[in-house]
Design a protein around this ligand. Structure first.
Ligand code: SF4
Length: 396
């Protein structure tokens, strides 16, 4: 059962309260403080907006929807659930309270603050965009959807969401939740993953966004998809727009939305060496471009068909680092990890060296336990580092 929210701010009141507003903003339909809707607004949208005013979840960026907060939250919410984002958002805003503080921070500090959220290109783009806003735009945030779209890491959905929620612009923000709600509401039995479907949906939704408060309309559609119109077993009995919903009426909720079959993701194996010497472990920083760019990792290499076993691949990797054969390798750990496009098993081998080897190039480093705690690592590398530090603590 969804409970009414207690702490609604000025622009999140019920439609009845909002239409009584005496604010001079009342005439600007899409200003964030404008009323939720007017007399021209279709009844189903009035029901939807009223439902949103009562049932919306509390989120730290909703109380003060400034461009900085909404932009950071939308970037974090790409590929990540709200509940996982909230603690990261609060820590991130504590560390970088303004766009200037984010622009001035070194990238490594931003990556460290992002650690565990995954999809690190989001953090790099956020940092790059903060620099553009602070240094090239004199701290002025973009206003329109098109201006937001021109910035690194901002796609059509994010541009529309930030422009409407934080800047009072008319835009249709179409994420996975909105696609599901809209296709069911209209009973559209077409593949929703095609650009043609999206373009048509955007053209239809923008007409509705124009005649009510676009910020609230977009947020209400997304919230309905997240809380009621679920992918499986939508809670149609609790839905404020069920009387208008074609999928509900025709019992099509199991077949809509239609989406073409997605190929299964490939699985890859990689060997990882945990090489320690004098209480330090060997690490390497990833290149500035590519997957997990700029993060640190343990020496590793993909396990492919040329390797007959993970132990042989680990030995070959040790040989490539000129580590003498006399040093023994021990099977240490297995870590499973999932990326969007593939899943991965890391076969971790451990090796203790009496004397540290010479570093192969400047991007390598012998790291202490403290370094391991402070360097930005991907989730799977963090699991290996934490296990190493815990063992180190137990043995000392
Ligand atoms: S009635 Fe059911 S299927 Fe239709 S929008 Fe509401 S929750 Fe989704």
């Amino acid at each position: 059962m969804i409970r009414p929210q207690k702490n609604m701010n000025a622009h999140q009141r019920s439609p009845a309260e909002n239409t009584q507003s005496k604010s001079p903003l009342a005439n600007k339909a899409n200003h964030p403080l404008a009323p939720a809707h007017s007399r021209k607004t279709p009844l189903w949208i009035q029901h939807l907006l009223h439902w949103f005013s009562v049932h919306q979840r509390t989120m730290p960026w909703r109380d003060d929807p400034s461009p900085y907060k909404v932009w950071v939250s939308e970037i974090m919410l790409q590929q990540t659930r709200v509940t996982a984002v909230i603690p990261y958002f609060e820590r991130f805003l504590g560390q970088f309270p303004t766009v200037q503080s984010l622009a001035d921070a070194p990238l490594e500090k931003v990556l460290k603050a992002w650690e565990g959220l995954g999809y690190y290109s989001r953090a790099r783009n956020l940092h790059q965009t903060a620099k553009i806003i602070h240094f090239e735009r004199n701290g002025h945030f973009p206003k329109t959807e098109a201006e937001w779209l021109a910035l690194p890491g901002v796609g059509p959905y994010t541009a529309a969401a930030v422009a409407s929620i934080a800047c009072g612009q008319t835009a249709a923000a179409i994420d996975g939740n909105v696609m599901r709600v809209w296709s069911r509401l209209r009973g559209i039995r077409e593949d929703i993953s095609t650009p043609a479907w999206r373009n048509k949906a955007r053209a239809d939704l923008i007409r509705y966004a124009r005649i009510c408060n676009a910020s609230l309309f977009n947020q209400a559609m997304m919230e309905l998809g997240a809380l009621v119109c679920l992918p499986r077993n939508p809670a149609c009995v609790d839905c404020p727009i069920r009387n208008n919903c074609i999928a509900h009426r025709k019992r099509w909720t199991d077949i809509i939305p239609l989406r073409k079959k997605i190929n299964p993701v490939p699985h890859r194996h990689e060997v990882v060496l945990l090489i320690s010497s004098n209480k330090k472990v060997l690490m390497r920083q990833r290149p500035e471009k590519g997957l997990l760019a700029g993060l640190w990792k343990f020496p590793s290499q993909p396990l492919d068909k040329t390797h007959t076993s993970s132990s042989r691949a680990a030995r070959a990797l040790a040989n490539s680092l000129h580590i003498p054969q006399t040093n023994k390798l021990q099977k240490h750990q297995r870590v499973e990890h999932a990326f969007t496009h593939f899943t991965q098993t890391l076969h971790v081998y451990r090796m203790e060296l009496a004397t540290a080897i010479k570093l192969p190039s400047p991007d390598w480093r012998w790291c202490s336990a403290h370094d391991l705690d402070t360097l930005p690592l991907s989730r799977s590398q963090r699991i290996i580092a934490n296990e190493y530090n815990a063992e180190d603590e137990r043995s000392s």
